[in-house]
Design a protein around this ligand. Structure first.
Ligand code: PLP
Length: 422
């Protein structure tokens, strides 16, 4: 399907008069409508809850919008917990799904009353020591089935090579021990494939976790109160890719629930999700201006944004669609490499991409940057982090994070010994 930006050239120019490019812009109306579709797709499950994966877009204004749509937060670090707390998201509205967890982080999660999701059976003792014997009533355990994870005979990922989670035997052992320590309810969690664009991922994962929960209940007598399907539902980064239909996904999970859990007397289990990409990616663009062009063995277009603002193309070779604003319907009769200015040859947003004729001063929208975009940014080459802007439902915009300045970049040095210019 043709990809259209949610912002016009006129709107982008208007923002750029106050917030120079590059900047990330988010579409409030799109975020809210999508969050409502997700909720609707799982409305059949009484306890359903989405815990937004904060790492995807760690901005309190975005978390606040999602909170208004009924979402909690999925955090994995101390600062993500602080961010969630600052928005007033605490207690069971927080899922703490961390790994290689520092003591300080786990202590903070417990203090906030978050659900803690244990990555390993050895964390039972860790928790025991931190809680001085007074454990939370509910504890979540992360599962790793090993082997390969397949959907219709295609290998999606290799859990046996992944560092996350524990084996079924370790889960049973942990549940027995936790019950002796007074834990009354359990959650089960697994994340087995990332950015899936088939409607089959969640239903297949649910099926595996539902069967697992019946076996673990039978083996340990423990009460399982929720199943956390985690993240992994993907988005169509390429125009020719299929997109996920969340209503079909929700219905697929419901059918497995009716087939597996309800007959086992487990019809009270709540379904949780920890989506990041699906919630935000399509509702963010990186807006950038063309500042140079060069013609050597290839045609190059140089932007004022670089991989430090969006790492996915350089890191994973990921495709991000590009629209030249104001030329949405022009013919794609030129072929360009679209680059940033890092001293790194992999700093290319697009390689040999068909685009309309481009001029210096044109503004481009790089699509699907709302998740794992700004958040994966870095400061290599002394490049500064960009601003983040919210395009509100009424068409006005709000600066939700200012652009970094040299002063921010130098803030961690001792400024009494060295004097930095601005
Ligand atoms: C990254 C992550 C998510 C979100 O993944 P998406 O692919 O963005 O949906 C959810 N849960 C955990 C534990 C994660 O690490």
């Amino acid at each position: 399907m043709k990809k259209r930006p949610f912002i016009t050239l006129e709107q982008a120019r208007q923002i750029a008069r106050e917030v120079p490019t590059p900047f990330h812009v988010y579409d409030e109306a799109g975020i809210r409508a999508n969050a409502r579709r997700l909720k609707e797709a799982f409305a059949w499950n009484k306890g359903f809850r989405e815990y937004f994966a904060v790492k995807a877009t760690p901005n309190p204004y975005i978390l606040k919008i999602l909170k208004e749509e009924g979402c909690g937060c999925d955090c994995a670090s101390y600062t993500e917990l602080l961010l969630s707390e600052a928005v007033g998201i605490t207690g069971h509205d927080v899922m703490f799904s961390s790994n290689v967890t520092p003591e300080q982080d786990m202590r903070k999660a417990l203090e906030m009353g978050a659900y803690v999701n244990l990555d390993d059976a050895t964390y039972v003792e860790f928790l025991e020591n931190l809680c001085h014997g007074r454990l939370p009533e509910t504890v979540c355990l992360r599962y790793n089935p090993g082997g390969s994870f397949c959907l219709s005979n295609t290998i999606m990922d290799m859990p046996r090579d992944a560092k996350y989670g524990m084996t079924e035997d370790q889960m049973a052992g942990a549940m027995n021990r936790l019950q002796r320590l007074g834990v009354k309810h359990f959650g089960l969690h697994a994340f087995l494939a990332s950015n899936t664009t088939t409607n089959e991922y969640y239903p297949e994962l649910a099926s595996q976790l539902f069967h697992l929960s019946v076996r673990l209940r039978n083996a340990t007598g423990a009460h399982i109160s929720f199943i956390n399907l985690s993240g992994g539902v993907g988005v169509d980064y390429r125009p020719e890719q299929p997109s996920c239909d969340i209503a079909v996904i929700g219905e697929g999970v419901r059918q497995r629930y009716e087939q597996i859990l309800r007959p086992a007397g487990m019809g009270d289990v709540a379904i949780f999700t920890e989506l990041g990409r699906f919630m935000l990616a399509p509702y963010g663009h990186l807006i950038s201006t063309v500042i140079h062009q060069k013609h050597i063995y290839r045609e190059y277009v140089g932007l004022d944004a670089c991989a430090a603002n969006l790492m996915r193309p350089a890191m994973y070779g990921a495709y991000h669609h590009i629209t030249v604003l104001g030329k949405e319907d022009a013919i794609l009769d030129h072929v360009y490499d679209v680059t940033g200015g890092l001293c790194e040859n992999n700093d290319k947003f697009a390689i040999q991409r068909s685009l309309p004729r481009i001029e210096v001063g044109d503004m481009v929208a790089i699509h699907d940057t709302g998740a794992h975009g700004f958040s994966m940014g870095y400061n290599y080459n002394g490049k500064l982090r960009s601003a983040e802007v919210l395009l509100k439902e009424d068409g006005s915009f709000q600066l939700i994070r200012r652009t970094e300045t040299p002063k921010d970049y130098f803030a961690t040095f001792d400024c009494t010994e060295f004097a930095f210019g601005e």
